[in-house]
Design a binder for this molecule. Structure first.
Ligand SMILES: O=C(O)CCC(=O)C(=O)O
Length: 276
Protein backbone atom coordinates (compact mmCIF):
# COMPACT_ATOMS: atom_id res chain seq x y z
CA UNK A 1 0.00 0.00 0.00
CA UNK A 2 1.22 3.43 -0.92
CA UNK A 3 0.50 5.03 2.47
CA UNK A 4 2.92 7.96 2.32
CA UNK A 5 1.20 11.32 2.71
CA UNK A 6 3.26 14.46 2.03
CA UNK A 7 2.68 17.86 3.66
CA UNK A 8 1.60 19.15 0.21
CA UNK A 9 -1.07 16.43 0.02
CA UNK A 10 -2.30 17.36 3.51
CA UNK A 11 -2.52 20.99 2.46
CA UNK A 12 -4.39 20.12 -0.74
CA UNK A 13 -6.81 17.87 1.13
CA UNK A 14 -7.47 20.53 3.76
CA UNK A 15 -8.07 23.14 1.04
CA UNK A 16 -10.14 21.13 -1.43
CA UNK A 17 -11.83 18.60 0.87
CA UNK A 18 -10.70 15.61 -1.21
CA UNK A 19 -7.53 14.00 -2.52
CA UNK A 20 -6.87 11.27 -5.09
CA UNK A 21 -4.04 8.80 -4.40
CA UNK A 22 -2.97 7.11 -7.63
CA UNK A 23 -1.80 3.48 -7.43
CA UNK A 24 -2.71 3.16 -3.77
CA UNK A 25 -2.74 -0.64 -4.05
CA UNK A 26 -0.31 -2.70 -6.10
CA UNK A 27 -1.58 -5.51 -8.33
CA UNK A 28 -1.39 -8.25 -5.67
CA UNK A 29 -3.00 -6.07 -2.98
CA UNK A 30 -5.80 -5.18 -5.40
CA UNK A 31 -6.35 -8.88 -6.01
CA UNK A 32 -6.44 -9.51 -2.24
CA UNK A 33 -8.95 -6.66 -1.59
CA UNK A 34 -11.20 -7.77 -4.47
CA UNK A 35 -11.21 -11.37 -3.28
CA UNK A 36 -11.85 -10.39 0.37
CA UNK A 37 -14.65 -7.96 -0.47
CA UNK A 38 -16.36 -10.22 -3.03
CA UNK A 39 -16.31 -13.14 -0.59
CA UNK A 40 -17.53 -11.00 2.33
CA UNK A 41 -20.40 -9.65 0.21
CA UNK A 42 -21.43 -13.20 -0.81
CA UNK A 43 -21.32 -14.35 2.82
CA UNK A 44 -23.59 -11.50 3.94
CA UNK A 45 -26.32 -12.90 1.74
CA UNK A 46 -28.05 -9.53 1.41
CA UNK A 47 -27.76 -8.43 5.08
CA UNK A 48 -26.87 -4.73 4.85
CA UNK A 49 -25.78 -3.99 8.45
CA UNK A 50 -24.85 -6.59 11.08
CA UNK A 51 -27.19 -6.40 14.07
CA UNK A 52 -29.81 -4.33 12.22
CA UNK A 53 -31.64 -6.94 10.13
CA UNK A 54 -32.03 -4.59 7.17
CA UNK A 55 -31.76 -6.69 4.04
CA UNK A 56 -31.13 -5.70 0.44
CA UNK A 57 -34.15 -7.74 -0.69
CA UNK A 58 -36.36 -5.50 1.47
CA UNK A 59 -35.80 -3.04 -1.36
CA UNK A 60 -37.93 -5.22 -3.58
CA UNK A 61 -39.36 -2.67 -5.97
CA UNK A 62 -42.83 -2.54 -4.37
CA UNK A 63 -42.01 0.92 -3.07
CA UNK A 64 -41.10 3.19 -5.95
CA UNK A 65 -38.64 5.27 -3.86
CA UNK A 66 -36.79 2.20 -2.57
CA UNK A 67 -36.78 0.73 -6.06
CA UNK A 68 -34.77 3.75 -7.23
CA UNK A 69 -32.30 3.61 -4.32
CA UNK A 70 -31.83 -0.16 -4.60
CA UNK A 71 -30.55 0.54 -8.09
CA UNK A 72 -28.02 3.18 -7.06
CA UNK A 73 -25.67 0.58 -5.63
CA UNK A 74 -25.46 -2.56 -3.52
CA UNK A 75 -24.44 -1.23 -0.11
CA UNK A 76 -23.05 -3.62 2.49
CA UNK A 77 -21.85 -1.99 5.69
CA UNK A 78 -19.37 -3.09 8.34
CA UNK A 79 -17.98 -6.04 6.43
CA UNK A 80 -15.09 -5.87 8.93
CA UNK A 81 -17.49 -7.23 11.55
CA UNK A 82 -18.43 -10.33 9.56
CA UNK A 83 -15.28 -11.15 7.54
CA UNK A 84 -11.92 -11.90 9.15
CA UNK A 85 -10.16 -11.07 5.88
CA UNK A 86 -11.84 -7.65 5.55
CA UNK A 87 -11.11 -7.02 9.24
CA UNK A 88 -7.40 -7.60 8.59
CA UNK A 89 -7.54 -5.09 5.75
CA UNK A 90 -9.69 -2.43 7.42
CA UNK A 91 -8.07 -2.39 10.84
CA UNK A 92 -4.62 -1.80 9.34
CA UNK A 93 -2.98 0.94 11.40
CA UNK A 94 -1.40 2.40 8.24
CA UNK A 95 -4.85 3.28 6.86
CA UNK A 96 -5.70 4.92 10.16
CA UNK A 97 -2.50 6.93 10.12
CA UNK A 98 -3.18 8.20 6.59
CA UNK A 99 -6.72 9.23 7.53
CA UNK A 100 -5.56 10.86 10.79
CA UNK A 101 -2.75 12.74 9.03
CA UNK A 102 -5.07 14.13 6.35
CA UNK A 103 -7.81 14.97 8.83
CA UNK A 104 -5.33 16.58 11.22
CA UNK A 105 -6.33 14.50 14.25
CA UNK A 106 -4.34 12.48 16.80
CA UNK A 107 -6.46 9.36 16.73
CA UNK A 108 -9.02 7.80 14.43
CA UNK A 109 -11.78 5.19 14.77
CA UNK A 110 -13.70 3.29 12.14
CA UNK A 111 -17.21 4.70 11.85
CA UNK A 112 -18.23 2.13 9.27
CA UNK A 113 -16.81 0.47 6.21
CA UNK A 114 -18.96 -0.18 3.17
CA UNK A 115 -18.76 -1.99 -0.14
CA UNK A 116 -20.50 0.13 -2.77
CA UNK A 117 -21.17 -1.81 -5.93
CA UNK A 118 -22.79 -0.15 -8.88
CA UNK A 119 -24.31 -2.86 -11.02
CA UNK A 120 -24.59 -2.51 -14.80
CA UNK A 121 -26.84 0.46 -15.70
CA UNK A 122 -27.07 1.63 -12.04
CA UNK A 123 -28.60 4.99 -11.09
CA UNK A 124 -26.33 7.90 -10.14
CA UNK A 125 -25.45 8.69 -6.52
CA UNK A 126 -26.94 12.14 -5.97
CA UNK A 127 -24.83 14.96 -4.60
CA UNK A 128 -24.73 14.76 -0.80
CA UNK A 129 -22.73 15.24 2.39
CA UNK A 130 -21.79 12.31 4.65
CA UNK A 131 -21.24 13.68 8.16
CA UNK A 132 -24.79 15.00 8.75
CA UNK A 133 -26.05 11.38 8.52
CA UNK A 134 -23.69 10.15 11.26
CA UNK A 135 -24.06 9.86 15.04
CA UNK A 136 -21.35 12.41 15.78
CA UNK A 137 -20.77 15.95 14.49
CA UNK A 138 -17.14 16.56 13.70
CA UNK A 139 -15.99 18.55 10.68
CA UNK A 140 -12.80 16.49 10.48
CA UNK A 141 -14.54 13.16 9.71
CA UNK A 142 -13.04 11.58 6.60
CA UNK A 143 -13.61 8.63 4.23
CA UNK A 144 -11.45 6.56 1.96
CA UNK A 145 -12.92 5.21 -1.31
CA UNK A 146 -10.85 2.51 -3.01
CA UNK A 147 -11.60 1.64 -6.65
CA UNK A 148 -11.77 -2.15 -7.10
CA UNK A 149 -12.61 -1.68 -10.78
CA UNK A 150 -11.54 1.19 -13.02
CA UNK A 151 -13.90 4.01 -12.04
CA UNK A 152 -14.67 6.12 -15.10
CA UNK A 153 -17.08 8.88 -16.13
CA UNK A 154 -18.96 6.11 -17.98
CA UNK A 155 -19.45 3.68 -15.10
CA UNK A 156 -20.07 6.00 -12.12
CA UNK A 157 -16.85 7.49 -10.76
CA UNK A 158 -16.96 10.03 -7.94
CA UNK A 159 -17.25 13.80 -8.42
CA UNK A 160 -16.47 16.47 -5.83
CA UNK A 161 -17.31 20.15 -5.34
CA UNK A 162 -13.89 21.52 -4.28
CA UNK A 163 -13.75 23.55 -1.06
CA UNK A 164 -17.44 23.01 -0.34
CA UNK A 165 -16.53 21.46 3.05
CA UNK A 166 -15.43 24.92 4.17
CA UNK A 167 -19.00 26.23 4.00
CA UNK A 168 -21.35 23.31 4.70
CA UNK A 169 -23.03 22.71 8.07
CA UNK A 170 -24.33 19.70 10.04
CA UNK A 171 -27.86 20.35 8.80
CA UNK A 172 -28.69 17.43 6.50
CA UNK A 173 -29.88 18.20 2.95
CA UNK A 174 -30.40 14.41 2.67
CA UNK A 175 -29.96 12.42 -0.51
CA UNK A 176 -32.83 12.35 -2.92
CA UNK A 177 -33.40 11.36 -6.53
CA UNK A 178 -32.82 14.96 -7.59
CA UNK A 179 -29.17 15.46 -8.36
CA UNK A 180 -29.61 19.20 -7.81
CA UNK A 181 -31.27 19.09 -4.35
CA UNK A 182 -28.05 19.88 -2.49
CA UNK A 183 -27.59 23.02 -4.60
CA UNK A 184 -31.03 24.28 -3.56
CA UNK A 185 -29.76 23.92 0.01
CA UNK A 186 -26.37 25.46 -0.82
CA UNK A 187 -27.08 27.89 -3.71
CA UNK A 188 -23.58 29.36 -3.40
CA UNK A 189 -22.26 26.23 -5.20
CA UNK A 190 -24.71 26.27 -8.13
CA UNK A 191 -22.03 27.67 -10.44
CA UNK A 192 -19.14 25.60 -9.00
CA UNK A 193 -17.13 23.43 -11.34
CA UNK A 194 -17.19 19.84 -10.15
CA UNK A 195 -14.05 17.69 -10.26
CA UNK A 196 -14.30 14.25 -11.82
CA UNK A 197 -12.27 11.68 -9.84
CA UNK A 198 -11.81 8.98 -12.47
CA UNK A 199 -9.44 6.34 -11.11
CA UNK A 200 -7.74 3.17 -12.19
CA UNK A 201 -8.57 0.07 -10.14
CA UNK A 202 -6.31 0.15 -7.08
CA UNK A 203 -6.28 3.95 -6.84
CA UNK A 204 -8.15 5.66 -4.02
CA UNK A 205 -9.54 8.96 -2.85
CA UNK A 206 -10.08 10.51 0.56
CA UNK A 207 -12.83 13.01 1.14
CA UNK A 208 -13.95 15.13 4.05
CA UNK A 209 -17.48 14.13 5.15
CA UNK A 210 -18.61 17.76 4.77
CA UNK A 211 -17.49 17.97 1.11
CA UNK A 212 -20.32 17.82 -1.43
CA UNK A 213 -19.84 14.72 -3.58
CA UNK A 214 -21.72 12.27 -5.74
CA UNK A 215 -21.20 9.70 -8.48
CA UNK A 216 -22.47 9.29 -12.00
CA UNK A 217 -24.78 6.62 -13.37
CA UNK A 218 -23.29 3.38 -14.61
CA UNK A 219 -23.81 3.67 -18.36
CA UNK A 220 -22.01 0.38 -19.02
CA UNK A 221 -22.81 -3.33 -18.80
CA UNK A 222 -19.95 -3.85 -16.30
CA UNK A 223 -19.70 -3.53 -12.52
CA UNK A 224 -18.13 -0.60 -10.66
CA UNK A 225 -16.95 -1.99 -7.31
CA UNK A 226 -15.57 0.20 -4.53
CA UNK A 227 -14.54 -0.52 -0.94
CA UNK A 228 -14.82 2.44 1.38
CA UNK A 229 -14.37 3.29 5.02
CA UNK A 230 -15.63 6.26 7.02
CA UNK A 231 -13.50 7.37 9.94
CA UNK A 232 -14.42 9.24 13.10
CA UNK A 233 -11.86 11.33 15.02
CA UNK A 234 -11.12 9.74 18.40
CA UNK A 235 -12.93 11.64 21.15
CA UNK A 236 -16.06 12.35 19.07
CA UNK A 237 -19.31 12.25 21.06
CA UNK A 238 -22.86 11.02 20.40
CA UNK A 239 -25.19 13.62 18.82
CA UNK A 240 -28.52 11.77 19.12
CA UNK A 241 -28.66 10.41 15.53
CA UNK A 242 -28.96 6.59 15.30
CA UNK A 243 -27.56 6.02 11.78
CA UNK A 244 -25.94 2.56 11.79
CA UNK A 245 -26.00 2.03 15.58
CA UNK A 246 -27.90 -1.04 16.76
CA UNK A 247 -31.13 -0.42 18.72
CA UNK A 248 -29.48 -1.80 21.90
CA UNK A 249 -26.43 0.45 21.74
CA UNK A 250 -28.52 3.46 20.68
CA UNK A 251 -30.81 2.95 23.70
CA UNK A 252 -27.79 3.04 26.05
CA UNK A 253 -26.30 6.27 24.69
CA UNK A 254 -26.93 9.78 25.94
CA UNK A 255 -26.08 12.89 23.89
CA UNK A 256 -22.49 13.83 24.69
CA UNK A 257 -21.33 10.27 25.48
CA UNK A 258 -17.98 9.39 23.86
CA UNK A 259 -18.32 6.93 20.97
CA UNK A 260 -15.50 4.67 22.10
CA UNK A 261 -17.00 1.18 22.02
CA UNK A 262 -14.24 -0.98 20.50
CA UNK A 263 -16.72 -3.55 19.10
CA UNK A 264 -18.56 -0.83 17.21
CA UNK A 265 -15.88 1.79 16.51
CA UNK A 266 -12.37 0.38 16.89
CA UNK A 267 -9.50 2.81 17.38
CA UNK A 268 -7.17 1.95 14.52
CA UNK A 269 -4.57 4.65 14.94
CA UNK A 270 -3.51 6.88 17.79
CA UNK A 271 -0.43 9.06 18.15
CA UNK A 272 -0.60 8.64 21.91
CA UNK A 273 -1.39 4.94 22.45
CA UNK A 274 -0.35 1.72 20.76
CA UNK A 275 -3.42 0.43 18.93
CA UNK A 276 -2.25 -3.10 18.20
O1 LIG B 1 -19.65 5.19 -4.57
C1 LIG B 1 -20.57 5.99 -4.67
O2 LIG B 1 -21.41 5.92 -5.58
C2 LIG B 1 -20.75 7.09 -3.68
C3 LIG B 1 -19.75 7.03 -2.57
C4 LIG B 1 -19.96 7.99 -1.48
O3 LIG B 1 -20.83 8.82 -1.50
C5 LIG B 1 -19.06 7.91 -0.32
O4 LIG B 1 -18.18 7.03 -0.27
O5 LIG B 1 -19.22 8.75 0.59
Amino acid sequence: MNTTISPIQVQKFQEDGFLVIEDFLDASELQEWRQAVDQAVIERNGLKIPGKEIRMEDEDGSNKEMDYYANVFDQLLNLWQTSEQVKQIMLDERLGEMAATLAGVDGIRIWHDQALIKRPWANPTSWHLDTPFWSFSDKRAISIWVALDDATPENGCLYFIPQSHQQTTFENPGITKNMNAVFQFYPQFIKSKSVCAAMKAGSASFHNGMCIHGAGANMTPGFRRAMTCAYMPDGAVFNGIQNILTDEYFAELKIGDPLNNEQQNPLIFSKTTTTR
